[in-house]
Every structure is written in structure tokens, then in C-alpha cells.
Write a protein that binds this ligand. Sequence first.
Ligand code: PSU
Ligand code: MN
Length: 304
Amino acid sequence: MKLSDYLDIHPDVENAIKNSEPVVALESTIISHGMPYPKNVETALMVEETVRSNKAVPATIAIINGKLKVGLTHDEIEYLATNEEVKKVSRRDLPITVAQKLSGSTTVASTMIIASLAKIAIFATGGIGGVHRGAENTMDISADLEELANTNVCVICAGAKAILDLGLTLEYLETKGVPVIGYKTSELPAFYSSESGFDVDYKIDSAQEIAEILKTKWDLSLDGGVLVTNPIPVAFELETGVMNDAINQAIIEADNNKISGKKITPYLLSKVNEITQGKSLEANIKLIQNNADLAAKIALHYSK
Ligand code: PSU
Ligand code: MN
């Protein structure tokens, strides 16, 4: 089978790609495993609208009945949001899910792979996976980092999720040669809050300049991704101390319940949401919207 037999690109997205119009890829693990229903559907649709309001075309990515879907219908988003059989699919799960004609939501890693197959260079998410706290014992390092090392897609996020070891995540990205850009900030944002105490490599203040850096990197055949970190707007951020307490409590509960592997990230996100009485979910929604907005602006310049 050829590549086009696996891919199913929505006509709006296909047209935009053909005409070199701006397109922003969006992931679907947030929908199926990152947020509760019905906020997950509302957020997925709202984020697509944010991209459209910037005159770019949203392409939410998932696997449905073995097809690599680029651009989803409302019904498909609803399906991903409500069905238990939808698996969280990262790079290692992708061939099995497709060969067995199953359905799955895509993580940052697998969304990057499919975006790149469809020739989409810009992708907005909430927070990437990274090196987990305690990774020196568990070796739990997200496949997202390895994908950023290899695949030519720019990922716009609000930093690595605060449940991770941010210092080690930055070290890993440095080793792999992934540029970490702070949008209008010299400090790595910590997802729910705008500051982490860690510096980013480069502070860049305009979407146009980011688009130029992407072009330059790939013109020079410097393969791999770029990470753009975009701080949550201060009005919506959660206090670092409160968040750290919630995260520490969630990690202890995950340990007690022996949660590991691909279940750990969804578990921690929902625990933190429980502990903060829904505040972390509200912040998560705001930051994703903020990222989609910036991604659309970068895509606009990149398409010129
Ligand atoms: N950020 C969020 N919610 C999420 C995720 C990130 O705000 O649900 C997901 C992304 O899909 C990311 C994944 O790729 O968590 C990382 O999972 P893991 O640590 O198992 O690689
Ligand atoms: Mn992991």
C-alpha cells in the first residue's frame, strides 16, 4: 500500500496544503485522555475556531478505523471524546493500531509523525511529555522528546507539563539539538504557571521571526523539531506553590496505586484537576487556546 492509502486528509486541509495556505495541526490525546467530557469536546472545537479566526485551517489528528486522519468532523471529535476503546497512541503503538484497523488518539509524538506525513509543519498542543520526576529510577522519558529530535515539525506549547522534571527535560532537548524558544519570555513556562525558574535558549518576540528560524533550520537540512514555549497568560495562571503541592500529592497517589507507563500522564492530570477543584483544567483550556492562536500566527508567516 502506498502512503496515500493510509492517510485520510479532510478536503479543507488538503486544499490549504495544496495552495500553501496556513495549516495548524492539533493533537487528540488531550481530547480522549487529557480532559473529562464534555470539556474535552468543547475545548477541541474552540481551539479549532481560534485557528480559523486567524485565517488558518485547523487539522486535528487522530487514527480512526486504521486511517491516519488529518482534520476531523464534529462527530469524529465526539467519538474520540466519549469512547473507552480509543487508545492513547504514541510512535510505538501506531503501526499496530493502523494494521488492526483500530482507533486511537495521537500524542505529541504521533501527531508530529502524521503532520509531517501530511506536510504540515506547525502544531499546537498544551504541554509536551518529557522526562518524568524520578526518571533516574524509572527511565520514564516521553517519546515526545525523541520525536522532537527527529521530525521536522514546530510544536507550540506552554512548556513541559509541570508534573515532569523540567531541568532534565531541557537537558535532553539540548543533547538532541532541539531549539527551545521562549515566546516573549526568557524563562521556560511551567504549563499551569508562566515561570519555572529555568531559562530557555532563546527569547523571540515575533511570530514572523519564529517562522524565519524554522525555514532556516530546515533549509540547512538540520532535521528535527523546534519547541516554541508560550507562557499561559498571567490572568489565568495558577500559583506555583499551590500547583506544586497538588502535583506532589498526585505523584504520591500514583506511586501508591502503582500507576506507570502510558497511564501516568492522564492519571496525574486528572488527579491534579481533582485536587485543585477544576482550576487546573480551566488553566489547561486557556493555555491551549493561547497556543493555538500563536501557532496560527506562525503558520501564517511560514506559509508566505
Ligand atoms: N498535554 C496536556 N494534556 C495531555 C497531554 C499533554 O495538556 O493529555 C498528552 C500529550 O498527548 C502528550 C502526552 O504527548 O500527554 C505525553 O504522554 P507520555 O508522557 O505518556 O508520553
Ligand atoms: Mn512515559
